[in-house]
Design a binder for this molecule. Structure first.
Ligand code: PLP
Length: 378
């Protein structure tokens, strides 16, 4: 099948770029001597994740238990569920454990630790847990010097149905500021926060075999990973315009795009309308605060090359509105109705989540070489 024969909108995956991105992350962490535990929430497809595992990873991170089910069914045996655990989900985790998967969960309160211990006891299993540390006031976790750390550790350590397995953190601040120096500083803070927490646990006589950090920017630009046992990263597999805007990758590294058709023009407003609105691109406007605002996506030709400064400036449900970022006049006749274009996404995870499959292409070829299924939901 050729790109011109696919229905639009369709999600395209440029495999040569993905292969390069996987190799880059693996090489960086091999150089640093630390294990990679890829986050598979970006790809949600065994065809994508098998390539991450084949490159050298053996364990994964998931954001939903549906991901855990699916990847366990495909033979993955070591899974970190990296969203705070609640008692109602423990039966599901226990069921995965009974299927032979080493399932680890995370939590950041005494209440959640007690809830886990009680639910795991009812299930007759012992579940390992990491305590989540807040390294940048971004989202979840306790501060590394919080007295609660030892209270949570005591609950996990003392209960026969839980195992205190260590600490983890995720630096959401790594997406805030562009440039290698800024990201390096965030990576240092990320590392120091979990090391401080792990030292406190050890000083109090608790085990802390796992010290886990990670985001794509800090994984790629972090300098010192000593004391860290694993790094989690996910969006690097495809990259996106947010990562390019931060200087983490080049636009040419972005492996995901949405194939779309021109459906009309608004000459008075110098606009081209396409059939990729927010249902195809997602509502993510993560570059809005960047030096270069990419709207809802950067417009490329069928071979994947950006066309000047054309962006999806506005997005309705099924309509994307292409304009020049600078407001320059467009040669509308060069974009006839039915013409196909490709749109690079702001946030690969969010755009991929709008689609049920990847159409795989290589380089600038218009040939579709494979169709890979992906899934969504919980
Ligand atoms: C807990 C956790 N770890 C790791 C990651 C991976 O980060 P990235 O997508 O930047 O690779 C995420 C992403 O949101 C996350 O929530």
């Amino acid at each position: 099948m050729k790109l011109n024969e696919l229905d639009t909108p369709s999600l395209l995956l440029q495999q040569d770029r993905m292969t390069r991105n996987i190799a880059r992350m693996q090489a960086q962490l091999a150089r640093k001597g630390v294990a990679l535990r890829p986050h598979v929430k970006t790809g949600k497809s065994i065809d994508v994740v098998r390539r991450m595992l084949d490159a050298g990873a053996s364990a994964i991170t998931v954001s939903t238990l549906k991901e855990a089910d699916y990847f366990a069914a495909h033979g993955v045996k070591d899974i970190l569920y990296a969203v705070g655990i609640v008692p109602a989900k423990v039966a599901h985790v226990a069921e995965l454990q009974r299927r032979g998967v080493r399932m680890t969960v995370i939590l950041d309160s005494v209440e959640a630790a007690r809830g886990l211990a009680q639910a795991a006891q009812q299930q007759g299993v012992c579940i390992p847990a990491l305590i989540e540390i807040d390294c940048d006031n971004h989202r979840a976790g306790i501060l590394p010097d919080d007295a609660l750390l030892l209270d949570i550790a005591a609950v996990l350590h003392d209960a026969a149905s839980t195992e205190l397995h260590g600490v983890m953190t995720h630096s959401g601040a790594s997406y805030d500021k562009p440039g290698e120096a800024a990201i390096r500083a965030v990576a240092q803070r990320e590392r120091e926060a979990v090391l401080q927490a792990s030292q406190r646990l050890k000083a109090a006589g608790y085990p802390c075999p796992v010290v886990s950090v990670g985001s794509t920017p800090t994984a790629l630009f972090g300098e010192d990973f000593s004391g860290i046992t694993e790094v989690r990263a996910g969006v690097y597999v495809f990259f996106d315009l947010v990562m390019a805007g931060l200087g983490v990758c080049a636009v040419d590294d972005i492996a995901l795009s949405v194939l779309t058709s021109v459906i009309g023009h608004q000459p008075r407003k110098q606009q081209i309308l396409v059939d990729a609105g927010w249902m195809a691109m997602s509502r993510d406007h993560g570059t809005a605060s960047h030096a270069v605002d990419q709207g809802y996506g950067l417009v490329c030709d069928l071979q994947g090359k950006p066309i000047g400064d054309l962006i999806i400036a506005e997005a309705n449900q099924e309509h994307g509105v292409i304009m020049s970022r600078s407001g320059a006049a467009l040669d509308l006749a060069a974009y006839p109705v039915g013409m196909r274009l490709r749109i690079l996404p702001n946030h690969a995870c969010a755009t991929a989540a709008q689609h049920a499959q990847y159409q795989v292409v290589e380089g600038a070829s218009e040939q579709v070489t494979a169709t890979w299924q992906r899934f969504n939901g919980w």
